[in-house]
Design a protein around this ligand. Sequence first.
Ligand code: H2B
Length: 106
Amino acid sequence: KPKKLSEDEIKASLRLLSYQGTPFPWAAVKDRSAISKTFHFTDFNQAWSFMSRIALLAEKMDHHPEWLNVYNRVEVTLTTHDCDGVSTKDVNMARAMETYASDLMP
Ligand code: H2B
């Protein structure tokens, strides 16, 4: 079972994720133990490529994002049901999302 991260561990993880140089940083969700970010792509095609790649990874990791897509935008929320909060699985997923997004938009 994944370990639930403390508030401080979440804050530290968010800082590290934001170091990767994106204008819209990862942030804690209000009133909920979760982290979120809105990705902005060039068009729907890029947004959908991102989602397809992440979908395959999510199945492999057995860890699934909450997300909403509107045209070139993908709003992502990550939390772990198994520990009812943010775990390292969410942080790993967030890092993979950063990598894939920056592959698509160098
Ligand atoms: N996704 C997320 N985000 N959190 C989980 O705790 C989780 C999941 N658990 N995907 C997995 C599936 C679990 O329900 C299955 C049974 O392994």
